[in-house]
Write a protein that binds this ligand. Structure first.
Ligand code: HEM
Length: 471
């Protein structure tokens, strides 16, 4: 990247012919042509951090009803601060960043991506306001906005995802779009039902929505994208190509949608078949992670610990889900509490993965952004590194608060102990604050202190950057 402008420190502007529509025209040299501008994925991730803090606070506030009646409106609102304002928002950010990277094709439109961000964040928060405040019209509007946001996502990503021969990651991303459509249609039906009272929604229907949203959409996205991220971040070269990643995304999608049908319509054969298929898909996902861990060339670090802990939440999720199904007929209240704990554990799997990967992905994106602004050196005057862009101790703090927060929430819901639920909520809010501060404040201060003296020599692109960009 020996192309820094000697007067401003900023890399030269790219020729117009090199600027693909739907991509970042001002990217520095060395960054692939298809990536979107940094503000798009970073906007989603910042909104997700705000969602996590709000979710933690809301969970602490509804601790008693969460243990006595998990389907009460204030609890539904807190749940959606977690699943929509945090997890889905973060995963949508990942979809907009990684679809172009994985497929080698840009988004159809960056503006459409921004419209998705605004529409989705509005939908998430309006649902919370409509449900918590008892305004069915506002909840209905949120359903329309959520569906609109997903239509925008599909039309933006469908083109790049037509690419052939990219294996499990692209299959996962395609299935995830189907999962997103199904989830938003279910959400639309649920919010309209609140207004029109077409049918009484059972607890099983609520769990069905949780399974489709958390697994068929968000989980399958993570499973697919992980097939690209694990080799990069673990420096793992798996010698023989195995279809285990393909099994993970396809079986998990098929299993979760079949399970949801079984739960929603009370068809026990579909429930059992779906659960067994889903278990096989999850086993393939965990197996693939273990294969990557075995072939990694990087030692034990926080990223590895976070990624393994994330997968570990699938064990209590399965155990609590099974226990719930076994006891709900005879001890309804206990069964409902165990189901709530199981869903919290599934959410924990995704949240832990989101927090861990944010500490890898955000520095990559911010590095490119700072380079485009002409920041060439880190605080010590050496070439700017990814590790300059966050504090490693704060990453550990994020890991600890996230893990203990999920543990408190899971245990508190499953055993119906409000104090544990509240502790989990407070820790999750803390985790959102620490993560956001670590990933935003450190680069922000660096940009300010270094930009003024950043006319130093050009920095070669880091090998890690090439990896995230092109593999
Ligand atoms: C990733 C996406 C989603 C997930 C994981 C999810 C999950 C859940 C869960 C677990 C419940 C039960 C909550 C409880 O009983 O405390 C629920 C209920 C509900 N969800 Fe969602 N949801 C998602 C998306 C949406 C969307 C997009 C909407 C509409 C905008 C929506 C509207 C509702 C409503 C209205 C209820 C309450 C239904 C009732 O009256 O029982 N959800 N959802």
């Amino acid at each position: 990247m020996g192309d820094t402008d000697s007067t401003s420190g900023a890399p030269p502007r790219r020729p117009a012919a090199d600027r693909l529509p739907g991509s970042w025209g001002a990217r520095p040299t060395g960054v692939p042509a298809t990536v979107p501008p940094p503000y798009l994925p970073l906007g989603f991730l910042a909104a997700a951090a705000v969602g996590l803090v709000a979710c933690g606070v809301a969970v602490a506030l509804v601790r008693t009803s969460a243990t006595t009646d998990p389907t009460a409106d204030p609890v539904v609102a807190a749940v959606h601060l977690g699943v929509l304002a945090t997890l889905a928002t973060g995963i949508l950010g990942a979809l907009h960043q990684f679809t172009p990277v994985i497929t080698g094709r840009p988004l159809r439109s960056v503006r459409r991506g921004v419209a998705t961000l605004v529409t989705w964040v509005l939908a998430s928060w309006l649902l919370v306001a409509g449900v918590a405040g008892g305004y069915p019209a506002i909840a209905a509007l949120s359903g329309v906005l959520a569906l609109l946001a997903i239509v925008l996502v599909v039309t933006n990503l469908a083109g790049p995802l037509r690419v052939a021969g990219k294996g499990a990651p692209v299959l996962g991303l395609r299935l995830s779009l189907v999962g997103a459509v199904l989830t938003s249609l279910l959400g639309m039906t649920f919010v309209l039902d609140r207004r029109e009272s077409w049918f009484g929604l059972s607890g099983h229907a609520d769990v069905a929505m949780g399974v489709v949203g958390l697994v068929a959409w968000l989980g399958v996205t993570y499973m697919g994208v992980a097939q690209k991220l694990w080799p990069m971040f673990l420096l793992a070269h798996v010698p023989t190509r195995r279809p285990v990643g393909t099994y993970a995304v396809s079986l998990s999608f098929a299993g979760s949608t079949t399970l949801a049908v079984g739960l929603g319509w009370g068809i026990s054969a579909a429930g059992v078949l779906g659960a067994a298929t889903l278990a096989a898909g999850v086993a393939a996902h965990v197996g693939s992670l273990l294969i990557h861990v075995r072939h990694r060339r990087r030692g034990v670090d926080v990223y590895l610990v976070v990624t393994l802990t994330s997968a570990g939440w699938l064990v209590p999720a399965a155990g609590l889900g099974l226990a719930s199904e076994l006891v709900v007929g005879s001890h309804h209240h206990v069964g409902v509490a165990l189901a709530a704990g199981a869903l919290a554990a599934v959410g924990g799997w995704l949240l832990e993965a989101l927090v861990g990967h944010a500490h890898k992905v955000v520095p990559f994106i911010v590095w490119s952004m700072l380079r485009a602004w002409g920041v060439a050196q880190g605080p010590a005057g050496r070439p700017l590194m990814f590790s300059d862009l966050y504090n490693a101790t704060a990453f550990v703090a994020s890991y600890v608060t996230t893990t203990l927060g999920i543990a408190g929430l899971c245990a508190g819901l499953a055993s119906a102990v409000p104090a544990l639920v509240a502790t989990g909520g407070v820790l999750l809010a803390l985790s959102g604050l620490v993560t956001a501060a670590n990933l935003a404040i450190v680069p922000w201060r660096l940009a300010h202190t270094v930009a003024t003296r950043a006319t130093g020599p050009a920095v070669p692109p880091s090998p890690g950057h090439d990896l995230v960009a092109s593999r």
